[in-house]
Design a protein around this ligand. Structure first.
Ligand SMILES: [Ca+2]
Ligand SMILES: [Ca+2]
Length: 455
């Protein structure tokens, strides 16, 4: 619950400082939310230099840049926004030189688009101690090849000391908390003390509270990467972050395999979309987050701002629409009545846990899940075998996309093959996590969603 409580606090802080927001925007040179650029639809590589808008920063971009400079290609600055490698408004030899240096791994400045479509820069290639808002950064860092640089996490020391050594090798005794005394955000003092050079975080922690500016002021070489971890901001999600980190660390060999995996899963889902939409039109879902009693539950739905939770983002990869419109800034609704869920009658009801698969035994976990499912036994979804339980840390964040084929097989058994779904999940865990090549999701509780009902 730490995650959600913190967000509520941040919202209060944002409201409190809204009156002075305009002043901050004028004076800090950062934190603006009006996009400078529209983020192109078909690229996850948000680095300037990615002239051809694909998911890689490579020699094809350099060839394209040279063609623009020698006049054999024309530059459409609205489409190929990243061609202007040094972001000075023109494409010329300086851009060719900068991209050449980047591809050669030379130390320089690299520019990228942040979650709001604003230009930011880093010291390229990234190196040094990494701090993150949640342990979820481990999943991204593992894929981008910088896992061993993680030293600091904004969670309690108790959280960090109890991490599963199989999922988080080397973390125990190494990772230190960089939480402030209220345990709601980063301590800048601790970031400095722990010599952090790279900060990976969702916007909730550092936007609107002046922290981003404090980090930059404390150490101009502290690279705060304004790309999401387990949120989506507008159209940017953690898949963009991983791909972009690959370039920032000059380690795209590691991320290329991941890009191809994501593209493969997306293609597979897409193949079934028309079939499901025609056979089962207007399918809705609602995510009930850690129900507090038989009467009320918290919800994860779309928020009114552009920051969205990963579980909602992953579920809409399937042909499902959230049963409620955006209701709060963060999309987190506390204390929603279960009788209102029954009235709303979503096609699929998701019941979601957080943190429990790491801290509970299988028996304890099952007991909690079965109790929660019981709260929803009078829903239409339960009558139709469409109550689905899952863990946020698997389906709300980086691994999530790998599990959507299996999730789909539980909801529409005629559309997706469960064995194929399990194969995708195993491919993810075996290739992109510390679990290793023998890991099998069917042998570990909590990694597969389950479906419940009376039909
Ligand atoms: Ca490219
Ligand atoms: Ca330029």
């Amino acid at each position: 619950m730490e995650q959600k409580t913190m967000i509520a606090v941040v919202v209060v802080v944002i409201v409190a400082i809204a009156a002075v927001g305009a002043f901050l925007l004028l004076n800090n040179g950062g934190g603006e939310k009006e996009p400078t650029y529209d983020i192109p639809d078909n690229t996850r590589m948000l680095v300037f230099g990615n002239a051809n808008n694909d998911d890689y920063l490579d020699s094809k971009d350099l060839t394209f840049l040279k063609a623009i400079v020698d006049g054999s290609a024309t530059w459409d600055k609205k489409i190929n926004i990243f061609a202007d490698t040094n972001t000075d408004g023109t494409v010329d030899q300086k851009d060719v030189d900068l991209l050449s240096d980047i591809l050669a791994g030379k130390k320089t400045t690299m520019y990228y688009l942040n979650w709001h479509g604003n230009v930011r820069s880093i010291n390229y290639p990234l190196s040094g101690n990494i701090a993150g808002s949640y342990v979820d950064i481990a999943a991204l860092a593992w894929i981008a090849g910088c896992y061993d640089d993680i030293t600091s996490i904004r969670q309690t020391q108790q959280n960090l000391d109890s991490l599963d050594p199989v999922q988080f090798p080397g973390a125990a005794g190494k990772w230190k908390t960089v939480s402030d005394e209220t345990n709601t955000t980063f301590s800048v003092q601790e970031l400095l003390a722990q010599k952090v050079k790279v900060v990976l975080t969702d916007p909730d922690f550092i936007e609107g509270n002046g922290l981003l500016e404090k980090m930059h002021a404390a150490d101009k070489d502290m690279n705060v990467i304004e790309l999401p971890i387990n949120r989506a901001v507008g159209d940017v999600d953690w898949t963009h972050t991983i791909v972009t980190l690959g370039a920032m660390y000059n380690n795209q060999d590691a991320t290329k395999e991941y890009v191809e995996f994501v593209q493969k899963v997306e293609k597979k889902i897409k193949e079934k979309l028309d079939y499901i939409k025609q056979k089962y039109p207007d399918q809705t879902f609602l995510i009930c987050y850690e129900p507090t009693s038989a009467l009320v539950t918290d919800l994860d739905i779309f928020g009114k701002t552009d920051v969205q939770y990963g579980d909602v983002i992953n579920m809409v990869r399937l042909p499902l629409t959230c049963a409620l419109p955006p209701m709060a800034d963060t999309g987190y609704i506390e204390g929603y009545k279960i009788e209102d869920v029954i009235t709303l009658n979503p096609t699929v009801i998701c019941i979601e846990s957080w943190g429990k698969i790491n801290t509970m035994t299988e028996e304890q976990y099952r007991e909690v899940i079965e109790k929660w499912v019981g709260y929803f036994s009078k829903t239409g979804a339960y009558a139709n075998n469409k109550v689905v339980t899952f863990a946020y840390e698997v389906y709300g964040t980086v691994p999530g996309i790998a599990g959507m084929i299996y999730m789909g097989s539980l909801i529409w058994p005629d559309a997706f093959d469960p064995m194929e779904g399990i194969a995708y999940l195993n491919e993810y865990y075996q290739n992109f996590t510390p679990m290793g090549e023998d890991f099998d999701v069917t042998e570990h509780y909590g990694f597969l969603p389950e479906v419940w009902g009376s039909a």
